[in-house]
Design a protein around this ligand. Structure first.
Ligand SMILES: [Zn+2]
Length: 418
């Protein structure tokens, strides 16, 4: 259920204006007070008062400008990137990557750890321990951590912070947010891992300033992040983007339990299974598969066919969403041209008329820390959201401004563990 819109009040108006001004400084800074007043349609004294609060909270600072022009140079405002920090975690089947970033997404610290145990309570306890350690290592003022974003594979209900189902982790109906907020004592945001990567592209990647785009991840699975009007589209129940499980002409059984999923022919797991069958061995690693492909045309043709099948499906996405940009990323890109070239050709031929011509396709190789950085950028994104919903009334921005006024930092109330 969506959160209720807040009741109209002086406080709501103040919070919305605060958010408008901060967003302008974050996205268009350095910017002058006069420019903000003009764009936000706010009286200059209101802007001055809001900015003064931000400066007091050390969230915004005045910056020196080029004074070569005639007359008094305007004083410009920029976000103080070091004013606050966010933590992001990418949880995998066998491990986790953790990142601590500043407000601009700059990476201050990152680390990898193997997952000791996949049982939800034990795994989340380990995540909390790693978060505490990362904060200790990365920053001195721990009170300036806004929150934790965690991305994981599977069906995630973002508004409730629960993992409804993850075949890779073997989890069903796990209250990830409730459990972690109690352990780490800060706001926690839980999302599908591909959405976290899309958030990183929106905040500081190829998707910055692009309104409609898709992120297709290839690797162990095939994932999809959908960005519509600059926001991540999650669907009615958090299941949008389960691209790897659209049905194609395949008789192979998928790791989700169904047959004929796109992943069965095009993911690392699917490609390795086909090559193992060709070689008459029970299993083969991707490293070995890639080594074989160098000298074996039959192995190469499995990669080529996988690329074609994936490209055709991405072409169908172009027909459905008409994005400006498609970003292809993930560890699967290391198969290189034998996989990616047939994919690009198939995208062109599956797209309707000139749609593919107008869509840019970019291939990007990013490591796991980029996923974790994306998880942290969700926290910053939440801070900049207009706080029109009751659930955002005491969000990270209110916390930062509240701290300046000498109030105790509101912490998340503890909940009884089940
Ligand atoms: Zn499947």
């Amino acid at each position: 259920m969506a959160s209720l819109v807040r009741r109209g009040s002086k406080e709501l108006l103040r919070d919305i204006n605060n958010s408008r001004v901060l967003q302008l400084i974050a996205t268009r800074g350095p910017i002058s007070r006069a420019e903000i007043a003009k764009i936000a349609h706010l009286p200059p004294p209101t802007v001055t008062a809001i900015v003064s609060d931000f400066i007091d909270a050390d969230l915004v600072r005045e910056v020196a400008v080029d004074s070569s022009s005639i007359g008094r140079p305007p004083v410009l405002l920029a976000l103080n990137e070091q004013a606050a920090f966010a933590v992001g975690v990418k949880l995998r089947q066998d491990g986790l990557t953790i990142a601590v970033t500043d407000l601009a997404g700059g990476l201050l610290y990152h680390a990898d750890a193997a997952l000791h145990e996949r049982l939800p309570e034990v795994a989340l306890r380990q995540v909390a321990d790693e978060v505490h350690q990362a904060i200790q290592q990365a920053i001195t003022d721990h009170s300036r951590v806004l929150g934790l974003g965690i991305g994981m594979p599977g069906l995630i209900d973002y508004s409730r912070g629960t993992c409804r189902y993850s075949s890779l982790l073997g989890w069903r109906d796990v209250d990830v947010r409730g459990c972690l907020e109690e352990l780490v004592g800060m706001p926690v945001y839980v999302d599908n891992d591909v959405n976290m990567l899309a958030a990183a592209e929106v905040a500081h990647g190829l998707g910055r300033g692009v309104s409609e785009f898709l992120v297709v991840t290839i690797g162990r699975g095939i994932g999809l992040g959908i960005v519509v009007r600059g926001e991540i589209y999650r669907g009615a129940f958090g299941g949008a983007g389960e691209f790897g499980h659209i049905k194609i002409d395949s008789t192979w059984r998928c790791q989700c339990g169904a047959s004929g999923c796109l992943e069965t022919l095009t993911s690392d797991i699917g490609i390795c299974a086909q090559i193992a069958q060709l070689q008459g061995v029970p299993a083969i690693s991707m490293d070995d598969a890639l080594a074989l492909a160098a000298n074996d045309a039959a192995v190469r043709s499995i990669f080529q066919r996988a690329g074609e099948v994936l490209g055709r499906s991405i072409g169908n996405l172009l027909n459905l969403f008409n994005p400006q940009l498609v970003i292809i990323t993930g560890e699967g890109t290391r198969a290189g041209s034998m996989y990616l070239e047939p994919m690009c050709h198939a995208i062109q031929s599956a797209a309707f008329d000139v749609l593919a011509q107008d869509t840019r396709v970019e291939i990007q190789s990013w490591g796991d820390e980029a996923w974790a950085q994306g998880a942290a950028s969700i926290v910053v994104h939440e801070m900049l959201k207009p706080p029109i919903y009751e659930s955002l009334a005491t969000g990270p921005l209110a916390e930062l401004l509240g701290r300046r006024a000498g109030q105790a930092t509101p912490r998340v109330t503890s909940r009884k563990r089940r």
